[in-house]
Design a protein around this ligand. Structure first.
Ligand code: M6R
Length: 364
């Protein structure tokens, strides 16, 4: 059942802190990541020259967060592909490459086909899967189960959360294995990852602001999500979540790309949800916010509570607690999930079973 929640989606959003604990704790030993049980050792990791992530939808967005984190920490190049594109592109993967397939259900037709193709080309494959015993879990060379428990709502929330938690752990272990970070730094990062459940619990105790933001979106025909770096990766997920269940058209854009076409869409009162949690990119994103504001946008900014914002540039703010930039996506995705959830509720939609969609896409 829904355990007292109005919808499975809300229940699953609340299950995220425990889902993270269940997923990461068994893979941490003496404060360091240990993925040996999954077939992943430092020796194995040092073999890979390139990592290719393949997935669909939300799982692909988790892979995109992983790309930023792996490249930053381990300096190993990562490409991310949509499974339905990868499989028909005569992809350039083979020996020496690691192909990571991310899938909640483990049965997504395109992702499964991509896995089989990668194997046939001689690449090593790693599956990050939630459903035990599923096809993708069975066929991959290496396997990390996410322990989110069953996800019922079509809109994925807790599965995404643990997919990115695993991407972090994997990135930490890889970075240590290739010698790009030392043990002290690795322990510091693991400790931060272990702190995320508590921080998320804190956000879940104050949902009013997300409800308020949602109530300001329900009349919109279309909106934009913008961000840079990890905030851009997160914007993609925020946008998909919203359009999937609220039926409001939305797009996510790398904030710096707006002036190459998209900014012409901005009209009076169009909502723009900007995510700015990455300190090094903050000023850049703020200047993009000012550009859309000057063209009439209604700006909703997701940033740290402690960030001072110019009231002339921002209409509404969601304030996040202080946390490390690198791990901020795990925290910042929560308000984006809640905004999508409440917008759907306020519009009277079937939140858990949005029209035209299936939980598991087993046909291509
Ligand atoms: O089971 P999978 O993780 O392979 O599913 C992939 C996508 O179909 C899925 O993430 C979809 O995008 C969600 N409904 C998004 O909330």
């Amino acid at each position: 059942g829904k355990g007292g929640y109005a919808h499975f989606m809300l229940k699953e959003i609340h299950e995220q802190p425990n889902a993270i604990r269940n997923t990461i704790l068994p893979r941490i030993q003496d404060g360091l990541p240990n993925l040996e049980e999954c077939g992943i050792t430092p020796e194995v990791l040092r073999e890979f020259r390139h990592i290719q992530v393949v997935a669909c939808g939300t799982a692909m967005h988790a892979g995109t967060v992983g790309k930023y984190v792996i490249e930053k920490l381990a300096r190993v190049p990562v490409t991310v592909d949509i499974a339905s594109e990868f499989r028909y592109r005569e992809p350039l993967v083979g020996e020496g490459d690691l192909v990571i397939i991310i899938s909640q259900s483990g049965e997504t037709a395109d992702s499964l086909a991509a896995l089989r193709l990668a194997k046939s080309l001689g690449a090593k494959t790693l599956a990050i899967v939630n459903a035990m015993g599923s096809s993708i879990a069975r066929e991959a060379d290496m396997l990390i189960y996410t322990h989110a428990g069953p996800e019922i709502a079509v809109a994925s929330t807790k599965a995404y959360m643990v997919q990115i938690a695993v991407m972090y752990l994997f990135a930490f272990e890889l970075a240590l294995a290739v010698g790009n970070i030392d043990e002290t730094e690795c322990r510091r990062l693991v400790k931060l990852l272990q702190e995320t459940p508590e921080v998320i619990t804190g956000i879940l105790e104050h949902k009013e602001q997300t409800q308020y933001i949602a109530s300001s979106l329900i009349t919109a025909d279309s909106l934009l999500y913008i961000g840079r770096g990890l905030d851009y990766a997160l914007s993609m997920e925020g946008s998909l979540k919203l359009k999937e269940i609220s039926y409001i058209h939305s797009e996510s854009y790398a904030a710096g790309e707006l002036k190459h076409g998209t900014i012409s869409l901005i009209t009076e009162n169009m909502p723009v949800i900007a995510v700015a949690t990455q300190k090094a990119l903050r000023e850049k994103t703020i200047s993009n916010i000012k550009e859309v504001k000057a063209r009439g946008a209604r700006v909703i900014l997701v940033c740290r509570e402690s960030d001072n914002v110019d009231p002339d540039a921002v209409d509404l703010k969601f304030g996040l607690p202080e946390f490390d930039d690198l791990l901020m996506p795990m925290i910042a995705v929560v308000p984006l999930q809640l905004i999508a959830y409440y917008t759907s509720v306020l519009k009277g939609n079937d939140v858990d079973k949005p029209r035209n969609l299936a939980k598991s896409v087993t046909v291509e």
